[in-house]
Design a protein around this ligand. Sequence first.
Ligand code: ZN
Length: 505
Amino acid sequence: MYYNPDGVMIGLEVHVQLNKLKTKVFCGCTTDYHNDPPNSHVCPVCLGLPGSMPVINKKAVEAAIKVGLALNCKVEELTQFYRKNYYYPDLPKGFQITQYEFPISSGGYIMIEGEDGEHRVGITRAHMEEDPGRLVHEGTIDKSKYTFIDYNRSGMALLEIVSEPDMRSPKEARRYLDKLRNIVEYLDVFDGNLEGALRVDANISIMGGQRAEIKNITSHKGAERALLYEIVRQKNVLRRGGVVVQETRHFDEAREITISMRTKEEAHDYRYFPEPDLVPLKISGWAPAIKETLPELPDARRMRFVEQYGITDDQAKSLTGEHEWAEYYERVLKMYEDEYGEKINTKFAAAWINDYLKGEINYRRMNLTLKTSGRSYDMMHIEYTVAILRKVLLKEITDDAGVVVYRKLFDDPKGGDYYRPVRNTADTAENYIMKTLEEKGLLKVEGDIVSTAAEEAIKENPQAVADFKAGKEKALNSIVGAVMKKTKGRADARNVREVLMGMMK
Ligand SMILES: [Zn+2]
């Protein structure tokens, strides 16, 4: 059965900022402006001053071709830039340089996890354009007394990726966005942690009705919510016997509603015409060489992880679903081997990183990687993870104790020293772990301490001992519990069981 209970058709237009490039798309201004004052990285070209001439950034075209190839698109023979004419304060020259006919690439697809298994979403086209400036309102747009304009963003290279209306639910739309973001991060052309890096316009129609366009969605969650809202709204219109009109709606993220803008621009309103200052580019010859440089993409990496490391598909999905986690996992494996001269249990490492480190980082609403001034740092220094894994594997510490060390590192009031590329103390990571656990009274106990506690527990629980000896295996649990209580939970339960069973033979 083909899944589509509501007759929903969703297509997305995603604007991806190619923010890993060093310079903007038509001038030499830097793209690294996020920590700098407004209007500090501008020039006559990106300010749109009369007489200034754009020069195409070759690296931007290459990055756009790379994305097209990764989306299984056909790279066009020839590509050309157009002027899209409209005026808005963030676009002072009165037109945006974009593409119209002859985009960079077209006719591709990506696979997502759909409502009924693997699902293919067609990519209509991917074309380049320039980002406008950014308007900053004091408070909300309707109450603001004045508006600032920051042109640092003006002229950033954007890639607009237009999909076919192949998504059949808001959840599929969100998965598509996750996958798309994942792919452009793998390609190293995009940093999704930067503000405004990915913006979405959505087209949606239900039950063959007219489509509505929802503009200006800035998060994956926002896209899912806006679409859910829109489906309910359109269904209500239809239920009342009304007609869903073709219109443009604006998503208000704060209020989580879509608002009609009562306008629907047509292509001819923009009076597109070829940009006379930029010659058409013959790019068909570029593709083969760029194809050679394509890195391993998320799906391929997931399959390799399952095959090479013997981990489950779910674990591989979780690790490869974000580029930084896949990298971190493989770096941990390598560092462990370098440090200890033996390979780590790859399944154990995958489970640990997914369950404990990722759990802790998600709980704190952080990202694994911190990017600042063009450099990136692990929020959890890899040496700590490797050392914790070693100690847990050698049964020197428990899983829970490992998590306690993570929490202490994250909570460290010294403020983030741990993510710098050096250790946060003169101590080795191993010493730090042991000291932390000692301070917290969490160092694991074994040997004599466990034996003594076991002997006491046996003496104090004669009934349970008798039951166990009579064949009631469950009776052992209460004696193990008694030992754990005596050792304040610092003994390893499996070890305690073995010791007890040896004593009660
Ligand atoms: Zn500039």
